[in-house]
Design a protein around this ligand. Structure first.
Ligand SMILES: [Zn+2]
Ligand SMILES: [Zn+2]
Length: 129
């Protein structure tokens, strides 16, 4: 468990690591399998909510929120502002714009140059108005 900034909730929340998440997802599934339609979400996923509270001390009421509070979904902490990168593959920080240090990421290196003829397309468009 680690307190991390959640990009969806826009607050810092306790996020689960792999092992913790495994348990959480099992409880989540149990909620679906054993719950009844007339149960409130809170009753249905009580085990999950209790588990999360035991683990983190955070009283979450929305089981879906717990399922996206998972360290794996986000990138490492930004070197500049320490918020996590929005995804593990993000190339820059969405919070402060800090560029992630290049680590054998080939994607940005192979950005194609615009073709010479693409200029013509732009000119044509402008002229046709
Ligand atoms: Zn969240
Ligand atoms: Zn940042």
């Amino acid at each position: 468990m680690k307190n991390l900034w959640c990009w969806r909730c826009k607050i810092e929340v306790p996020m689960l690591d792999q092992e913790e998440y495994k348990v959480a997802s099992k409880l989540y599934r149990n909620g679906f399998e054993t719950g009844k339609c007339n149960m409130t979400r809170k009753t249905r996923f009580k085990d999950l909510l209790d588990y999360y509270k035991d683990l983190t001390g955070f009283e979450e009421t929305n089981p879906n929120a717990i399922m996206h509070h998972r360290i794996d979904l986000y990138g490492a902490a930004c070197e500049n502002c320490s918020k996590p990168y929005r995804t593990p593959k993000a190339s820059f920080c969405a919070a402060c714009g800090n560029k992630k240090k290049a680590n054998n990421c080939t994607e940005s290196l192979h950005k194609e140059k615009p073709k010479w003829w693409q200029k013509l397309l732009v000119l044509n468009k402008a002229g046709s108005n």
